[in-house]
Design a protein around this ligand. Sequence first.
Ligand code: SF4
Length: 197
Amino acid sequence: MRELIPISLVSEYVFCARSAWLAYVAGVFEPNEFTVEGEILHRRVHSKGSGKRTGKRQWRKVPVYSRRLGVVGYADLVEEIEGQFFPVEYKRGKARLRLSDQVQLCLQGMCLEEMLHCPIETGYIYYASSRRRLEVDLTGPLRRLTRKAIHEVRELVQQDKPPPAILSPKCRGCAQRSACMPDMPNVERFSWEEWLA
Ligand code: SF4
């Protein structure tokens, strides 16, 4: 059987392939203010408990998997309204749809489809600072991109060194920055093979 890959790894890969390799192959992770804030948010969301409120049923921290896709993870929240199910992902910060977050939500939706045997075409991302939920279409282009990302991640984890660093604004909040050293021109001379051995 194929190895199941975490949904969070696919999402991280879409954020930055090098970051995904450093975190999941080399095991590098240095918490920073952003990751701690995210962790606290998720603990708060998961501790609220499941139940029924204002016409909808809610379940929190729901384990999800897909044998077909070979992925596993969990959804922060799953809601059911009149027989339809919607995954909801919680994010720190202001309302801004990032592709990596949409792929994470799409994977949760695809897993739930397989588990519940019903179509799931819409999900939501809640942004804590803005206190807003943005709707995400889980069909069409996003679904194609998500499938492609899973395939690419399977190739990434077989590599014995990370993809090259590409310095960009997202490096600022990256938990792999000190290992990645995106602003060092000679960083690729470092031997990851020796370091991992
Ligand atoms: S610092 Fe930048 S290039 Fe390096 S892993 Fe993070 S996001 Fe990727």
